[in-house]
Design a protein around this ligand. Sequence first.
Ligand code: FES
Length: 103
Amino acid sequence: MTDFTRAASLSDLPESQPVRVDVGSTPIALVRQGDTVHAVADTCTHAEASFCDGGHVEDGFIVCPLHFASFRLTNGEAGDPPADDALAVYEVRVDGDDVLVRV
Ligand code: FES
């Protein structure tokens, strides 16, 4: 576990639209919902598609653009098939306009 790393500006994140950032060598999808930001792995556990390459957010789940598996943003649990394995989720802190993620 590392320290928090600045990953983005809150004001640059659109509402409920996944944005790709790399923290170190870890690809992460950031999703802003109001003043809350979720950080999940940006690699689908089914066949490694990127959520930020056409995915969307629906009812608290991030939906994969390739085969439409969904994962709960708060804890990464798999929702709709075909994915079975959970996504990694990362701790986020918002400090003013700074979005900090711990990988
Ligand atoms: S790669 Fe995401 S559902 Fe298949």
